[in-house]
Design a protein around this ligand. Sequence first.
Ligand code: PBG
Length: 321
Amino acid sequence: MFHRGRRLRRTAGMRSLVRETEIRPQDLVMPYFAVEGDEGTVKPIGAMPGQNQLGLGALEERVGKAVDNGLLACILFGIPKEKDEVASQAYDDEGIVQQALRRLKASFPDLLLITDVCLCEYTSHGHCGVIEDGCVVNDASVELLARTALSHARAGADIIAPSDMMDGRVLQIRQTLDANGFEEIPIMSYAVKYASAFYGPFREAAESTPKFGDRKAYQMDPGNVREALREGSADIMEGADIIMVKPALPYLDILRLLKDRTAHPLAAYQVSGEYAMIKAAAANGWIDEKAIVMESLTSIKRAGADIIITYFAEDALKELR
Ligand code: PBG
């Protein structure tokens, strides 16, 4: 006797009966880039075909369509008009993300609004924290990140997602939120964020390329596995409710490891470079875009992600209908 594996693959019905992993619409989080200035702005992002910097009116329109297609959650990034050394626009109550939050909350009360909390889109130098003597200093940056998180919560954020990789920021954000009556607002921490070349297109999208140096002194080394356990457990101890691994596809081993070793919900971010590669190959007719998108999302979920942040969220929702 030998194993007749094909018995269970014979028909679509049979395959779906025994399928182990399936993407659900509510697993997906769509990123949006809100840009200050004209309401109707739709500025295409070169290396991310299909993605745009959106003025508030255009954002509302695009989000509305996605909500109609079943979008449950989005994550917001902001591109301010003015940048400075201390990222003032990040924690300004009239900042672009804060405005976007108020607007989207009013129009789509059931949509979960996640905010990326970082300074790199708001600093003139493009680093994720404040600079002293040519270095990104940790503790002063954490102060500003906590102010940013509080300002987002006040504007209506449902989940705060710090992405800066400064140490102790989850603790400080938790304490600041709690002290101001936001003890019910969860933190989804970019706990395990690698210093990755896969963020290239995003930095064009968010206009956040560092003007000097790189992010290797705060983001993780791609060769490290056990460090992911340290970073994940540190953020959980500091009060993170959900932890994230980023990028997704090149780090599936890390996702699986954290899934097996932690009990917290796990998110994965399929980043801009992953999106750009699929889009570029598809534009050349080299791959079947829809099939690759669903396969890559399934792989990320199979590896352990409960939540997937992906620029393909809108497209995948249409496929899942
Ligand atoms: C902000 C931030 C980045 C991304 C998410 N939040 C860029 C970076 O760290 O350089 C990357 C997202 C993507 O590539 O899609 N720090």
